[in-house]
Structures are given as C-alpha cells and as structure tokens.
Design a protein around this ligand. Structure first.
Ligand code: NAG
Ligand code: NAG
Ligand code: NAG
Ligand code: NAG
Ligand code: NAG
Ligand code: NAG
Length: 490
C-alpha cells in the first residue's frame, strides 16, 4: 500500500518545477483523534506522503513549530469560540495574530487564516461579528506587514446557497445577502478568496437518487445521463464542479466577480453504518483519486475555466472521537501509524509506463504480497547487506511504518550498491525499477550518505522530468499517466 510514497517523487518534481500557478491538493488535520501522534510524527507522516499544504482547525503551537522549515504551507484557523472576542476588540485580534502567525514567520509558512467554521449556518447569532473579526485580523496583519502573504477568509458550507441546481440559477439564501455582501466586499478589497466546504457525498445522499452516484464520484456518465445546465448548456462531469459553479453564480448574483473559490473541505467517508451504504472504502478511493486528478488538471469549473480549484481534502486521520453517525468518524486518509486507509495508487501497469529501461531506482511492487515482500526485505537486509538502519524505529525512513516502504528502502539501498557488480532489482519478483527518485522528506535513497538526506529539503531534488502539469500538494502514491508525465499523485 505504502509503496507510492516512493514514487511520489514524480509529483514532487512537478511540485517544484512544473507550472508554478498550478492547483494544489492539501489536507485538513482534524484533532478529535484518540492516540493523536505527536506533532513531529504528524509532520513526518505529511512529509512521507508529500503533502505540501495543510489546514489546521486551530493554531496549535506544537504543530506550527513542527511545520517550521518543512516547505509545507499552512492555513491556520480561528475557532468559532474565538470569533466573538476577535470581532469585538481589535487588540484581541492583534494579540491573536502576534501569537499565532507573526511569531512563526517566516519559518512556518502560514499563508491564510480561516475565520471560524461555517459560522453563518452553524452559529447564526455570531454572523454580525464575523466581518468585524475578519477586518480586525486583516488590520493586525497589515500592522505586522504580513497582509501580502497571509490571506483572511471564512469557510461556508453549501447550505448558504438556496438551491444549487442548476448552477446558473443558484443564489445565496436571501436572508444572508447583507452579510454575504460584506464578506464578498472584504474578500475583494483584500484580494482574498472565498472558502467553500463542498461535499458531493452529502449532496448525493440528500438527493435521494436524483443524481447518479457516478456523478458524485467523477465517473463518466452515459450520454443519456449527462448533467447539463439548461440555461448555459454547460455539461457537468461532476457534482464537485457543479457545486463550485453554483457558488460562483451565487457570488455573481450579488454583482461580485474576480473572487476565486478555494475548496477548504471535501472528501468521502470510507466506512459507515448500515444506513450509510455509500460510505465505503471503494467509493472513497475512487472519489479521492478522481478528485486529485480533477484538481490537478488546473482547469476551473465550466463557468470559470481559467481559475484552478485549490482544494483541501477532509481529512488526514479518522476523527474517532467525533459524535454522530458512524461515517462521521471515518473520513481519514491515513491511520495514525502513517499507513494509508485505502489504496491510493495505481497498479503496476501504470507505474511501469513511466519507467525507462535505464531506470536507476529499485522499489517494492505495489501488488507484491506481504509474505514475499517480507522475504525480500529479510534477504536484502541480511545476505544482501543493504544498510537497513534508516528503516529502524525512530530513524528517518521508518515512517510510514509499512512493509512496502521498508522493503522499497532496502531494495533500493541494495540495488544502488550492487548493480555495478551485477546486482539486480528483482527480489523474487517483488521489486521493480523506476526512474523516479523514491526519496522523501528526511528519507533519501542516497546511499552515499548512508541513506540519509540532510533533512532540510522537503523531499528529493528532482532530476529531469518532462512533467509539465501541476503542483499538487498531496502525494500518497503515484499515478503516472500513460502518455505525458502527469504530476498526479496520491
Ligand atoms: C510560502 O508559500 C508561498 C506560496 O506558495 C510561497 O510563495 C513562499 O515562497 C513560501 N515562503 C517560504 C518562506 O517558503
Ligand atoms: C446587481 O446589478 C443589477 C444590474 O445593475 C441590479 O439590478 C441588481 O440590483 C444588483 N444586485 C445587487 C444585489 O446589488
Ligand atoms: C479538466 O477537467 C475538466 C472538468 O472535468 C474537463 O472538462 C477538461 O476537459 C479537463 N481538461 C483536460 C486537459 O484534461
Ligand atoms: C531512457 O533514458 C535515457 C537516458 O535518460 C534516454 O536516452 C532514453 O531515450 C530513454 N528511453 C525511453 C524509452 O524513454
Ligand atoms: C496501521 O494501523 C492500522 C489500523 O490500526 C492497521 O490496520 C495496520 O495494520 C497498521 N499498519 C502497520 C504497519 O502496523
Ligand atoms: C547523493 O549525495 C551526493 C553527495 O552529497 C550528491 O552528490 C548526489 O547528487 C546525491 N544523489 C542524489 C540522488 O540525491
């Protein structure tokens, strides 16, 4: 499962060298988790998975310290509880910015503040104080000379839109108009963006079968089932696009334009109760992989084709302490030990399409069974004399703690040392070569350094690549598309 980390380099290479304006996919880190790993361990997991953008639901000091000098971009949040005080007193806002943003700059790359969570729909009585809170924070950023690098906005759910289909006729709930106009004016004046929490999962479940599941999962639809907006004749390939367009149209309805939307939350639960039949790991895997593919193509929704849809996946870990239906506790992408919850890569076939016969790295095959992998790993670290120190507990290549990861490390160490004298990359058929440098974070395949990379760099320095697409912030594995190198990874 964890194989992909090693392949992620593709992505990373793109992340650094591809289209700098490309869309990113980041991850939300919720904290209602028993056995929450320590902040350094969370950061190790992020780095191992090549996640380059995160959103925190607060401004946790341990996390912000651990994220320093990682290259990971961070969105911090003002909690709903804090909104009131910050809206009432400019000095409270200034103190918040000093303590939670300025104190970490520039080491920790905080690039935005999300103010509250769905305040308009979950805490309507706090709505009047929301824009004052945003303005106070903005003024505090100006005073700290951080307003150009740190944007202020507030996430809204789709519930602020009265009827989202067809997108062309969507409008905000009229009773929210006056507050929404103030929010949009603020976003416009400060060159910020609209934060949208968009969940095709919930829309699909609510729609009672009106929309096909495939539409929610970004799967191709049969011609008779295509979703077309009757007014614009735009074809919607996915509900995700339609929800974003409904929001763009609601904004336009209030005569605002030029405010980009970023999706602060989207995802799919991978497990649910007996009354939640669509919360399956199969659906979650399809949704997340297709989402990354969708965002990474850099296009916007039909009404705004040139505006990329930066997106944060909900969420890194299962929040097992959350109340509510079973699905509520099962949105995580990885377990707290760093293992992916479901498979987020493609099969061998796709991987090898990217591989050149003069490939120079050796990794474990994603499809190899555990027993054979364990055999290969034992051989590499034993008779093969690979230096396996770096994959021992506490060492830089230990996390993610998976057989795939450890075997890939050992195979590559062996291969780099022995290929010159005839060593092969086979390991009982469990290994395969790749041109993509599998190193990540503090774990590098650079055997001349005993397997360790100076830990300052986030991941490998890319070698060549004809990859041309997108900077994607999330890399759990690799989907190397057949033809052109596509920087699509998870
Ligand atoms: C922080 O992120 C922004 C946006 O990607 C980037 O332009 C900037 O160079 C980063 N700053 C640091 C110090 O890494
Ligand atoms: C938007 O502009 C149109 C045309 O100028 C106007 O009729 C309408 O009242 C405006 N809507 C709002 C909310 O200002
Ligand atoms: C990107 O995605 C959009 C929406 O699914 C699609 O219409 C468009 O054709 C895609 N573009 C490319 C170049 O794949
Ligand atoms: C493989 O890589 C080598 C060296 O970079 C290059 O000369 C060769 O054309 C590549 N072969 C294929 C099939 O891409
Ligand atoms: C990681 O945790 C999950 C869930 O507890 C478990 O199923 C999996 O086996 C663990 N992986 C490793 C390598 O320990
Ligand atoms: C490995 O480290 C050496 C020495 O610092 C460096 O010259 C080389 O480029 C590194 N190789 C890779 C693949 O990073």
């Amino acid at each position: 499962m964890m194989l992909r980390i090693w392949l992620n380099a593709v992505l990373l290479i793109c992340g650094h060298f591809c289209n700098a304006t490309g869309a990113f996919v980041g991850v939300n880190i919720g904290t209602d988790v028993s056995n929450m790993p320590s902040a350094p361990d969370i950061v190790a997991i992020l780095r191992a998975h090549q996640i380059t953008h995160v959103r925190l639901y607060d401004a946790n000091a341990h996390m912000l310290n651990a994220l320093a000098k990682t290259g990971i971009e961070v969105m911090v949040s003002v909690t709903n509880k804090e909104v009131l005080g910050i809206g009432e007193l400019a000095s409270t806002a200034a103190a918040w910015v000093n303590k939670n943003v300025a104190a970490y700059a520039p080491s920790t790359n905080i690039t935005s503040i999300s103010v509250g969570s769905e305040v308009l729909t979950t805490l309507p009585h706090a709505a009047p104080i929301l824009v004052p809170a945003m303005s106070n924070l903005y003024k505090a950023l100006v005073a700290s000379n951080l307003n150009y690098q740190v944007k202020v906005s507030t996430p809204n759910s789709m519930d602020v839109v009265s009827r989202s289909f067809p997108p062309s006729t969507a409008t905000f709930n009229t009773e929210l108009n006056s507050i929404m106009i103030q929010i949009l004016q603020f976003l416009m004046n400060t060159k910020s963006f609209y934060m949208l929490n968009a969940y095709p999962y919930y829309e699909y479940v609510k729609s009672n079968g009106i929309f096909p599941l495939d539409y929610a999962l970004f799967k191709p639809l049969a011609p008779v089932k295509q979703i077309v907006d009757p007014n614009t004749l735009f074809h919607y390939n996915s509900m995700f696009d339609a929800l974003i367009d409904a929001t763009y149209n609601s904004i336009a309805d209030l005569n605002f334009s030029g405010i980009p939307i970023i999706v602060t939350e989207t995802g799919w639960p991978w497990f649910g109760g007996s009354n939640e039949p669509d919360a399956t790991s199969g659906n979650a895997e399809v949704y997340i992989n297709n989402l990354i593919r969708r965002v990474s193509n850099d296009s916007g929704p039909p009404s705004q084709p040139a505006v990329p849809i930066n997106t944060y996946i909900y969420e890194l870990f299962n929040e097992d302490k959350r109340p509510g239906p079973i699905s509520e506790r099962n949105w995580g992408l990885v377990f707290t030990n760093g293992t992916s919850v479901y498979d987020l890569g493609l099969a061998d076939a796709e991987i090898s399409t990217g591989v050149n016969s003069s490939s120079s790295f050796c990794i474990a095959r994603p499809s190899a069974d555990e027993k054979s992998l364990q055999g290969g790993l034992n051989w590499a670290c034993g008779h093969g004399q690979a230096n396996c120190a770096a994959v021992q507990k506490g060492q830089p290549c230990y996390i993610p703690d998976t057989l795939q990861n450890h075997a890939s490390y050992a195979y590559n160490d062996y291969y780099q040392k022995m290929r010159g004298s005839g060593g092969t990359c086979d390991f009982g058929g469990t290994a395969t070569t790749t041109t993509v440098d599998p190193s990540y974070g503090s774990c590098s395949s650079n055997s001349t350094l005993g397997g360790l990379f100076p830990s300052s760099a986030l991941g490998p320095v890319g070698q060549s690549s004809d990859s041309t697409r997108t900077a994607v912030g999330l890399h759990f594995g690799t989907m190397v598309a057949a033809a052109a190198a596509v920087c699509l990874v998870i």
